[in-house]
Design a protein around this ligand. Structure first.
Ligand code: PHE
Length: 443
């Protein structure tokens, strides 16, 4: 096999690893509550447009940069061009710290909810009580931080030992299971009395809800959900064999990620309306709604526990790819040993997550720009750093290293990439103009 790094044995292996990074809390926790808070169907439409134009193009650009550069994002860009462009790689490392800090807090919630669902959470008599239960849980000073620690420790343990492959193998079984449970939950949610109001909300656009803030949220979510703009896909691409067809892989990963997000919408939003929750409830929406759905199912506690365990695994594979960006950088560029890099970075990220968790409870009154620490981290990373990083990657490919990267994307036994001109045009014009427009109108 060509290429000097530990390559993926097969194209399927690579697609699964990239999908493992992309599919996670972004799909099941974040997408439904963002859609709920931003007008439902209009959000879905704008999101899909971003995903299949700018998103898929930036994903292909990251794969190609990673494979051509054969290094972590900073090293790959240095190798291909250097100069100020290296800053894009550094920003990715910073974004990795920021995102993983609050991501791990939510990852902790999934573990906590697996435990709680198994130990009687569903006995609450009234659906509304699940809102109170979630609110009390996240507002507590200690318990969510203990789970945040547990989630971060798991992530560090995997990355420190470099055993991602073992996790990947397990995911070949676990992720299809998650998919099946999500489908079952969609069916249950859609057949609840009053669910159709949620379907209407999710599919019937009300264009008066089309605002600048909503478009910013949709763009940020496209980058967040596809793991773009901070080098995660560059890092994965660097482990890729020269035989793999990059455009096909990008299409697969983008499509899988989108299918899961849309299904998560059908799993959560109909139930939100059926139970009379507020679709704009924010980050708690999935954690409030799903227990209410489980409570209305036979074997609900078993299903619910299994669901949260699988969601925790999906979150773990995404967290691994986030930490891997930071760790690959420390190993390749700073010569740090892998275990030390993983433990050190993990400790800093854990500490950075503590104020995020506290900002949902005892530190709830401390606000900057009207946002608590959790929201501020999420906003800065998802809505600013990722789109900015993503657009710089597009410009890098569209204007700076074009011939080299175009060749990289086409390299496959005689196969031409027919959409190459469209890809080039999106990287060159559409992505920069689109993202600049959204960022400026958002701020
Ligand atoms: N895409 C992941 C999710 O949806 C989160 C993520 C963002 C992972 C950026 C890596 C890089 O859960």
């Amino acid at each position: 096999m060509a290429g000097g790094r530990g390559n993926f044995a097969s194209r399927l292996g690579f697609i699964l690893a990239a999908a493992g990074s992309a599919i996670g809390l972004g799909n099941i926790w974040k997408f439904p509550y963002l859609a709920g808070a931003n007008g439902g169907a209009v959000f879905l439409i704008v999101y899909l447009v971003f995903v299949f134009t700018i998103g898929i193009s930036v994903m292909l650009a990251e794969f190609a940069i990673g494979r051509a550069g054969e290094r972590n994002p900073v090293g790959a860009i240095k190798h291909l061009k250097g100069g100020a462009w290296i800053g894009v790689g550094y920003m990715g490392v910073v974004a990795g710290f920021a995102i993983l800090s609050f991501y791990s807090v939510v990852g902790g919630w999934t573990i906590a909810y697996a435990v709680k669902t198994a130990t009687g959470l569903l006995n609450l008599s009234d659906a509304k009580a699940f809102g109170g239960a979630f609110g009390a849980f996240v507002a507590a000073p200690v318990e969510p931080i203990v789970y945040h620690f547990a989630f971060m420790a798991l992530t560090v343990a995997v990355v420190a030992r470099g055993v991602e492959r073992g996790i990947e193998r397990a995911c070949r079984v676990l992720m299809p299971m998650l998919f099946v449970i999500v489908i079952i939950l969609c069916v249950r949610s859609l057949t609840l009395p009053g669910a159709m109001a949620g379907v209407k909300f999710f599919l019937n656009p009300d264009f008066s809800k089309l605002t600048g803030a909503m478009v910013t949220a949709a763009l940020g979510q496209a980058f967040f959900s596809l793991s773009l703009g901070m080098g995660a896909m560059i890092t994965l691409g660097s482990y890729l064999s020269k035989q793999t067809h990059l455009p096909g892989s990008a299409l697969w990963v983008t499509s899988l990620d989108t299918v899961i997000a849309v299904l998560a919408g059908f799993m959560v939003l109909p139930a939100v309306f059926a139970f009379g929750f507020d679709p704009g409830a924010g980050p708690g929406l999935t954690f409030i709604t799903l227990p209410a759905v489980f409570a209305k199912m036979p074997w609900g506690a078993g299903f619910g526990t299994l669901f949260f365990v699988l969601l925790a695994v999906a979150a773990l594979t995404s967290a691994i790819s986030l930490l891997e960006v930071v760790v690959a950088f420390l190993i390749d560029e700073k010569g740090v040993a892998r275990p030390k890099a993983a433990i050190g970075a993990g400790a800093v990220i854990f500490l950075l997550g503590v104020p995020s968790s506290l900002s949902l409870g005892v530190w709830g009154d401390y606000k900057l720009f009207g946002k608590g620490f959790f929201d501020l981290m999420d906003y800065a990373a998802s809505n600013v750093m990722l789109p900015l990083g993503g657009v710089l990657i597009a410009v890098f490919v569209g204007w700076v290293v074009t011939p080299r990267i175009m060749r990289e994307a086409e390299r496959e036994d005689g196969h031409l990439f027919k959409l190459a001109p469209a890809w080039h045009a999106i990287c060159r014009y559409v992505a920069p103009v689109g993202v600049a427009w959204v960022l400026f109108s958002g701020l």
